[in-house]
Design a protein. Sequence first.
Length: 385
Amino acid sequence: MIYLDNAASTQVHEEVFQEMLPYFKEQYGNPSSIHRYGRLASKAIETARKRIAELINAKQNEILLTSGGTESNNTALFGVMRQNKAKQLITSHIEHDAILEPCRQLEKEGFDVIYLPVNNYGMIDIEKLKHSITKETALVSVMFANNEVGTIQPIKKVAQICKQHNVLFHTDAIQAVGKIPIDVKEIGVDLLSISSHKINGPKGIGALYIRDGTTLDPFILGGGQENGMRSGTENVANIVGFGKACHLAKEHLGKNAAHMKSLRDHLTSRIVSEISHVSVNGNVENKTPNNAHFTFLGVNGEDLIIKLDEFGIAASTGSACSVKTQKASHVLMAMGFSHEQITGSLRITVGLYNTIPEMDQTVDILKKTIQELRSVSPFKTKYGF
């Protein structure tokens, strides 16, 4: 099996797995307990929190632990908007559903949501952002890197604009953290979402960076854990694993990014030179190092995924969270793609454990599979396959 869907989830690093194990059978105390078991669990959480903070150059107390990226995004949006007298939120058309669905709920509650357009590379319109901010704007939320096409947004510019207008800025950095350097102090962001399972940590754990002085309404009420911001007994093993994953990501960031980029570039170069009627999507000069997104004209992406799976290759057409809804990619629609271009899309995302031989094997299988699918395509005559 060749796994090329690392934007959906990554393999847990062996060192992460080993560090988690004691918290299932040996150090299983409740962190809220005052006996030794509880104190050990609490100390482990704070060690992990420190490691998470260090990955993005935050303070330890600025890290709120959550169940993952979706909760982090929901907490940021609902936490800011529901406590704020200002009624407007600005986001973009290509956000993950973990942003767009909360926006739709906020609209039902009477808030005004402005959706910024993007160009055909998936970049937001900065001038449109400037003209959209009013005295009613409470929050801007723009993702750091797109989960489908990998395009990296001008986050520092967005943060500067928000600061000039005294507006809070949140970024969904789930696809960017651990792949490119991120310094929250240097960028100037107020809120930033992270997810563990995108950086070789366990699923079901994430974090929201909340800059000192930024206040939110609590999202989950109960026993007052996480300084009253997220009640509920902490998942110690997962938190420990998340912390270790962040530590490893920080330690090997440059090496890991270079490895993924070399794989991605090798794969892309062969595909473009050896397969006809293909386009590379997203901002090729400014995208995450693990992402390769293609459109193969005359091919149905879902058929291609099924065929690749039969050969032991795991890839995707887009966000794993949207697959069950069977809807066309809102990201590609916002980028101006035609129905034919959208249906012919394929996302390949490489990870730490992929190799060049796997890239070569994938291209060889892709060539045969696309040729087979195009031989029965209704667009065969149109494109002369």
